[in-house]
Design a protein around this ligand. Structure first.
Ligand code: 26W
Length: 829
C-alpha cells in the first residue's frame, strides 16, 4: 500500500503548475482565506500582495524541486556562494517578469479589483546588506538562475537589515528596520535543515581504533542554525537559485542550570543571547571593528552552510572524498566567510577523519575568493585571543596551515621579509590572524572586480602573493542585473528599446549595441528624451512628497547616490556646490544650465565624518535652496533612506552620474553601470570600472577629470601640500573658508571645522583639493553641453548602447568558466 501511495504522490508532483489568469485569481483567494486567515471584508492591499506572492512562490518551489532532482541525478558540480550580505530589495515585480507572468498577474489582480502596481509598492525591501558588495551578490542570483548554473547561495537571515535612515535637522538618525514584522511571503522555513553550531569550550585529544590521534572539541555553547529558503527565478527558464538564509535558534529553551537555581530571567537571557547571532546586520561598509558577535555571525554562516553542503554530498556520493572537487566549489564573497576554510578542514579531519594532506588538497581545490575593497581599514583580521576563546579548534588549524605554508616557502628559499608579509599570523600585540592572507593561501583563484582594481591588488595590496602565485590572480569586472535595473526599473525605456531592436537584449545585453544606429535618428531620440522627461517629472513629484522641496523637472538632474564615505568624495561635490553658489551670486547673468543636485546614501552609524558630510549637504542645500539669487538655477536635494527601491526610481530619472572617487579607492562601482544603462552621462575619475566605461564609450561621450592613480602617486612623492592648493586658487579658498568659518552653520560656526581639518591639516588623503579645479572645469563643460539637447541625448543613447558588457550575465558566466569550472545545466523545458 505504501508503494502505491508513494507512486501517487510522485505522479501528482509531476503535474506542472501552470499559472493562468483565472487559476491565479482563485489561488490568490485561497491563499487569502486559508493561509492568511482573511475574510472578504477585511482584506487590505497588503494582504493581496502577500497572497499573490504566496501563489508565485508555489511556482518557484515546484521549479526548484524539479531542478534539484535533475542536479542529483546528473551529479553536477555546484557553486556555493557564501556572502555575509544580500541586498535584495523587493522580489514581486522581478519574479513576475522573470517567470513571464507579469501581464497574467496584472489581469488576475484586476479581476479581484486591485492594481498590481499598488501591490508591488506594498512590499518592504529585504535590505540584508550595506552597499555594493551585497547588491552585487543579489544581482548574481538573478544571473546564476538565468544562465542555468547549478548554484546555491548562503547568507544570514538578519531580523534587522540595514538601519532606516531619517534626517532630523540635517543629521542622520538611525532606526531599526524590522523587515520581518509583517512576515516574509517569499521564504520557506526548512525544518529539515537544522545544524548545531559550536562555540568556545575546550579541546581534547583521543585515539581512534587505528591508533591515530584526533581532536575533540567540547563546546561551551551550541546554537542551532535553521534554514529559510528564498527562491530567485531566472529569466525565461525553470532554473531558480536557492538563497538559503540561516536563522539562529537557541539549542535549548532554557539554561537548566540557571533555571534550577531559581535564576529564571538569566535563563531566558541566555536563550536570547544565542539567538542574537542572526539579529542584526552590521552597518559598516568599510571599518571592521573586530567584535565578538560579528565573528560569531561569520562562523555561524559558514559552519551551517558547510555542514549542509557536506551532508548533501555524503547523501549523493557517500564518503568518496576524492569526488569533492567534482561536486562543489565554495565562493568567498570578500573575506567575511573565510572561516569556511578552517571549518572545511575541521569537518574533514575531525568529523570524517580525512588525513591532513588530503583535506588540504581538497580545500585548495574547492575555494575561490573575490576581493571587493583595498581600503586598509576594511581588511579583516581577528585577534588571536578572541579567536582562541570563540573558535579554539580553528585557531589551531589556522596555525597549522600557516606553519606548513611558511615551511614550504622557506624550502623554496623565499626571503624572511616576504615570509613576514604573506604570513597568516601578524606578529605584534595583540597577535592577529589576517583573514585575507588565509583566503589567498587556500583559494585556487583570487579576483578583483575591475581591471584597475585587480592591477592594484597584484602590484600593491597582494604584491608578494601575486609574485609567488601569479596564476591565481584574475580579473572579472563587475556588472549589474540589467533585468532589474533597466527592464523592471524603467519599463518605458525598455519598451522603446524593444520596439527598435527586438527583445534579445533581455537575455543577452550585448545586443543593446544595436541601439547605436538610432542615436542619430531624430524621431527615436525625441521619444528617448520624452521618456527621460516623464521619469524626471515622477522623481520631482516624489522629491516633493519625501522632503517638501519643489524642483524644476527641466533642470539637469545631477546625481550622486551611494554610501557616504570620505573616499567617495561627496565633499568634493559639496565644494563644487558652494563654488557655484558663490559664482551665481557674484555673476547673476552667468550662463548656467539650471541644475538639481541629488544626494542619497547612508553613513555607518559610528563614522563621524561621514555623518558630518550628510549634515554639510543639508546645511549647504538649505542656504542654496532658500537664496532667491541662486535657487532658480540651482537646488540641492538629499533623499533620505537610500535603498534598492529608491534607487530604482532615481536611476531612470537622472541626467548626470557622479562617479568621483579618489583614483585607486573604488574597487569597481556598479551604480555607474546602472546610470549609463538608463540614459545618463557620467562625470568621473579614472577609478574602478569607470576606466572600462570610458574605454567602451570613448572620451567624447563621457566627462573625465582629475588626477590618475599614477599622477596622485607622483603628487604624493613630490610632497603634496593641500594648503598650497588653497593658497593658489581663490575660488577654492572662498569655498573652503565659507564652510570652515561657519557660513552654512550659523548656529554652530565651528561645526564643519573637523571636515576642513581633514583637508588642510591631515594631508587631504583623498585629494579633494588636488582635483577641485579640474572638477569645476569639467562641470562647466557639462553645463554648456546640456544646452544642446540633441547632442546630449545622442550621447546618452550611445552610452546605453555601449553598456553591453556590464551585465552580471557576462560576469557570472566568466566566473563559471574561469573560476568555478561549472557548466550550464538546462532544466527540462
Ligand atoms: C565592515 C567590514 C566590511 C568591509 C568591506 C564590510 C563590507 C565591505 C565591502 C567589501 C565593501 C563593499 O561593498 N565594496 C564594494 O563592492 C562593490 C562590488 O564589488 C564594488 O563595486 C565597490 O566598488 C566596492 O566598494
Amino acid at each position: 500500500m505504501s508503494q502505491n501511495k508513494h507512486k501517487k504522490i510522485l505522479d501528482l508532483f509531476d503535474i506542472d503548475l501552470k499559472i493562468e489568469t483565472d487559476s491565479l485569481s482563485s489561488s490568490i483567494v485561497k491563499k487569502l482565506e486559508y493561509e492568511l486567515g482573511k475574510y472578504k471584508t477585511d482584506t487590505h492591499t497588503s494582504d493581496i500582495y502577500k497572497a499573490l506572492a504566496l501563489s508565485v512562490r508555489d511556482l518557484l518551489i515546484s521549479h526548484w524541486n524539479d531542478i534539484q532532482e535533475q542536479y542529483r541525478k546528473h551529479k553536477v558540480r555546484k557553486v556555493y556562494y557564501l556572502s555575509i550580505e544580500y541586498l535584495l530589495g523587493t522580489l514581486l515585480k522581478t519574479n513576475l517578469i522573470n517567470l513571464g507572468i507579469y501581464e497574467i498577474a496584472e489581469k488576475a489582480v484586476s479581476n479581484l479589483g486591485y492594481d498590481l502596481k499598488e501591490l508591488i509598492e506594498c512590499e518592504p525591501d529585504a535590505a540584508l546588506g550595506n552597499g555594493g558588495l551585497g547588491r552585487l551578490a543579489a544581482c548574481f542570483l538573478d544571473s546564476l538562475a538565468t544562465l542555468d548554473l547549478p548554484a546555491q547561495a548562503a547568507g544570514i537571515r538578519y531580523e534587522y537589515g540595514i538601519f532606516r535612515q531619517e534626517i532630523r535637522n540635517g543629521f542622520q538618525r538611525e532606526y531599526p528596520e524590522n523587515w520581518l514584522n509583517q512576515d516574509n511571503p517569499w521564504e520557506i522555513p526548512r525544518t529539515d535543515h537544522i545544524y548545531p553550531i559550536q562555540f568556545s569550550g575546550s579541546l581534547k585529544t583521543d585515539v581512534d581504533h587505528k591508533g591515530q590521534n584526533f581532536v575533540i572539541w567540547e563546546p561551551r555553547e551550541i546554537v542551532l542554525a535553521e534554514a529559510y529558503d528564498v527562491f530567485i527565478p531566472g529569466y525565461q527558464t525553470k532554473t531558480v537559485t536557492n538563497l538559503r538564509l540561516w536563522k539562529a535558534k537557541s539549542s535549548r529553551e532554557f539554561n537548566l542550570d540557571y533555571f534550577n537555581h531559581g535564576d529564571y530571567l538569566r535563563a531566558i537571557e541566555d536563550k536570547q543571547k544565542s539567538e542574537n547571532i542572526s539579529k542584526v546586520l552590521y552597518p559598516n561598509d568599510s571599518i571592521e571593528q573586530g567584535r565578538e558577535l560579528r565573528l560569531k555571525q561569520e562562523y555561524f554562516l559558514v559552519c551551517a552552510t558547510l555542514q549542509d553542503a557536506l551532508s548533501q554530498f555524503i547523501m549523493e556520493e557517500g564518503e568518496k572524498w576524492e569526488q569533492l572537487p567534482n561536486r562543489l566549489v565554495f565562493h568567498l564573497n570578500d573575506t567575511h566567510p573565510t572561516l569556511a576554510i578552517p571549518e572545511f578542514m575541521r569537518l574533514l579531519i575531525d568529523r570524517h577523519r580525512v588525513a591532513w594532506d588530503l583535506a588540504w588538497k581538497y580545500t585548495t581545490e574547492c575555494f575561490a575568493y573575490t576581493n571587493h575593497t583595498i581600503m586598509p581599514e576594511a581588511l579583516e583580521s581577528w585577534s588571536v585571543d578572541l579567536l582562541e576563546s570563540i573558535l579554539p579548534r580553528h585557531l589551531q588549524l589556522i596555525y597549522e596551515i600557516n606553519f606548513k605554508f611558511l615551511e614550504d616557502l622557506r624550502k623554496e628559499g623565499v626571503s624572511d621579509d616576504i615570509i613576514q608579509k604573506v604570513s597568516i599570523v601578524e606578529e605584534g600585540s595583540p597577535k592577529r590572524i589576517r583573514m585575507f592572507n588565509l583566503a589567498l593561501v587556500a583559494s585556487s583563484s583570487v579576483n578583483g572586480v575591475a581591471n584597475l582594481h585587480t592591477e592594484i591588488l597584484k602590484k600593491q595590496l597582494f604584491r608578494e602573493y601575486s609574485s609567488l602565485y601569479p596564476h591565481k590572480f584574475i580579473n572579472v569586472t563587475n556588472g549589474v542585473a540589467h533585468r532589474r535595473w533597466l527592464l523592471s526599473a524603467n519599463p518605458a525605456l525598455s519598451d522603446l528599446i524593444t520596439a527598435r531592436i527586438g527583445d534579445g537584449w533581455k537575455r543577452d545585453l550585448t545586443q543593446i549595441s544595436l541601439l547605436e544606429e538610432f542615436a542619430t535618428d531624430k524621431d527615436f531620440c525625441a521619444q528617448w528624451a520624452r521618456i527621460k522627461e516623464t521619469n524626471k517629472q515622477k522623481l520631482a513629484d516624489l522629491t516633493y512628497k519625501l522632503v517638501g522641496i519643489k524642483i524644476d523637472p527641466n533642470s539637469l538632474f545631477d546625481v550622486q547616490i551611494k554610501r557616504i564615505h570620505e573616499y567617495k568624495r561627496q565633499f568634493l561635490n559639496v565644494l563644487r556646490l558652494v563654488h557655484d553658489c558663490q559664482r551665481l551670486r557674484e555673476f547673476p547673468s552667468l550662463s548656467y544650465a539650471p541644475r538639481t543636485v541629488f544626494f542619497a546614501g547612508k553613513a555607518a552609524p559610528g563614522y563621524r565624518r561621514a555623518k558630518l558630510i550628510i549634515k554639510l549637504i543639508h546645511a549647504v542645500g538649505n542656504v542654496i535652496n532658500n537664496d532667491p539669487e541662486v535657487n532658480q538655477r540651482l537646488k540641492v536635494v538629499f533623499l533620505p533612506n537610500y535603498n534598492v527601491s529608491l534607487a530604482e526610481k532615481i536611476f531612470p530619472a537622472s541626467d548626470l552620474s557622479e562617479q568621483i572617487s579618489a583614483p585607486g579607492t573604488e574597487a569597481s562601482g556598479t551604480g555607474n553601470m546602472k546610470f549609463m544603462l538608463n540614459g545618463s552621462l557620467t562625470v568621473c575619475t579614472m577609478d574602478g570600472a569607470n576606466v572600462e566605461i570610458i574605454g567602451n564609450v570613448g572620451r567624447e561621450n563621457i566627462y573625465v577629470f582629475g588626477n590618475s592613480v599614477d599622477e596622485l602617486k607622483q603628487l604624493r612623492d613630490s610632497g603634496y601640500d593641500p594648503k598650497e592648493m588653497v593658497r593658489e586658487d581663490e575660488s577654492l579658498r572662498n569655498a573652503v573658508n565659507a564652510i570652515r568659518k561657519g557660513f552654512f552653520s550659523k548656529e554652530a560656526t565651528s561645526l564643519f571645522e573637523d571636515l576642513c581639518k581633514g583637508l588642510l591639516e591631515e594631508g587631504d588623503p583623498y585629494y579633494l583639493l588636488a582635483d577641485f579645479k579640474p572638477y569645476i572645469s569639467v562641470q562647466n563643460q557639462i553645463s554648456s553641453d546640456y544646452f544642446f539637447k540633441e547632442t546630449w541625448c545622442q550621447k546618452t543613447v550611445i552610452n546605453a548602447a555601449r553598456a553591453g558588457s556590464f551585465s552580471t550575465d557576462r560576469v557570472v558566466s566568466e566566473y563559471a568558466r574561469k573560476i568555478w569550472n561549472l557548466r550550464e545545466f538546462y532544466p527540462i523545458p
